[in-house]
Design a protein around this ligand. Structure first.
Ligand SMILES: C[S@@+](CC[C@H](N)C(=O)[O-])C[C@H]1O[C@@H](n2cnc3c(N)ncnc32)[C@H](O)[C@@H]1O
Ligand code: SF4
Length: 350
């Protein structure tokens, strides 16, 4: 089968034949779906969760089969990249069943990339199976290489376990990008070390600004560190060369001349990245968020469960995409210390 025949086969399979690709009111094609497969996690990172989080009752959560059907409906409507996230995706029971099921879209040519964002704690266990399912690269979140700081940031995590997971993932042939959240007074002295470590192991590194999502029991102003400042400081020590490299995400990259590696900056607060937004997010309860920074959402669980055919689901997706907003306006300053949104990052997965 050539690529066109394969796409037609996938469309017919999912009942999407004759339906168009998803394009929002601003002309942006929706080709990237991020799926939070669980709201649970084995860490409690200080910027993401409060220590005593309450989680969703199991009955509200989509089964693995339902998640597969939902993702496949988006693939049938033109989504080319799927990212599994969470909470921690690798603590969802049976997660590899979902990964293996979704990988059929890679083999059929309907999907360009299946990937995941993980805290790395379970990678030693799953890396080989992840690679065998056709995942080529993953994002691992790691904010520090200092074991005590790691424990303080994640509350429950073990640095050794995550480093072991990274070793296993590289041994399995997975490419890794490290994501680090920039935290004022916590890891801001460590960025040169993180750069040298990540690049020394052939991994890209992306720094992320703290976003004001969810009540976490601490002031955001205490955590917030503008990356414009970080970049200026790094530029005193490294030669940062602007490059065109884009991964379809919001990161802007430079090449660090001394290491030869790539360094990305995700700056939702200092730079608005919405113009080129190609993505939507769905939670483990089937709630579709059209924008990470806005509260508006659509319930896809109801149409999913209402019928075995996908007509109602496609109608709900179309209606939701017609409401995708132009962008967000996160602000953290002295007057805006409350979360911009009540939901936590672990709901939508970043
Ligand atoms: C919510 S986690 C889910 C996947 C997985 N548990 C992990 O940590 O990689 C996805 C990403 O969001 C980031 N994150 C969580 N809360 C954040 C916040 N308030 N601001 C910026 N990034 C945040 C994490 O550091 C992580 O890189
Ligand atoms: S950032 Fe990821 S690892 Fe940390 S608490 Fe949130 S979901 Fe868990």
């Amino acid at each position: 089968m050539d690529r066109v025949q394969q796409s037609v086969a996938t469309l017919e399979l999912d009942g999407a034949a004759g339906r168009s690709a998803l394009v929002d009111p601003f002309g942006r094609a929706i080709t990237y779906l991020r799926v939070s497969v669980t709201d649970r996690c084995d860490f409690r990172c200080v910027y993401c969760m409060s220590e005593n989080m309450s989680f969703l009752p199991k009955a509200e959560i989509l089964s693995l089969e339902e998640l597969d059907r939902l993702c496949s409906a988006f693939v049938a409507r033109g989504v080319r990249k799927l990212r599994l996230t969470g909470g921690e995706p690798l603590v969802r029971r049976g997660i590899m069943t979902l990964v293996e099921a979704l990988s059929r879209h890679l083999r059929l040519g309907a999907l360009d990339e299946l990937t995941l964002t993980t805290n790395g704690s379970q990678l030693a266990k799953y890396a080989a199976a992840i690679a065998a399912a056709g995942i080529r690269r993953i994002n691992v979140s790691l904010d520090t290489l200092d074991a005590d700081k790691f424990r303080a940031i994640t509350r429950w995590g073990s640095l050794d376990q995550v480093l072991g997971g990274i070793d296993a993932a590289q041994a399995a042939g997975l490419r890794i990008k490290i994501n680090a959240v920039a935290l004022k007074g916590v890891n801001d002295d460590e960025f040169p070390r993180l750069i040298e470590w990540a690049h020394g192991r052939g991994m890209d590194l992306t720094l992320i600004e703290v976003m004001p999502l969810g009540e976490i029991g601490a002031g955001r102003l205490d955590q917030y560190l503008p990356l414009s400042l970080v970049r200026a400081r790094l530029a005193e020590q490294f030669r940062l060369e602007d490059i065109d490299y884009r991964t379809g995400g919001p990161a802007r990259y430079v090449r660090v001349a001394e290491t030869g590696g790539r360094l990305g900056f995700i700056t939702p607060l200092t730079h608005n990245f919405c113009e080129s937004c190609n993505r939507v997010r769905v939670t483990c309860t089937g709630t579709l968020y059209m924008c990470l920074g806005q509260a508006d959402a659509a319930d896809l669980r109801k149409p999913l469960r209402a019928s075995e055919a996908n007509d109602l689901l496609f109608a709900a997706i179309d209606e939701a995409i017609s409401r995708k907003p132009k962008g967000h306006d996160f602000i953290i300053d002295r007057r805006h210390q409350r979360p911009a949104l009540a939901r936590h990052m672990s709901v939508t997965g970043g």
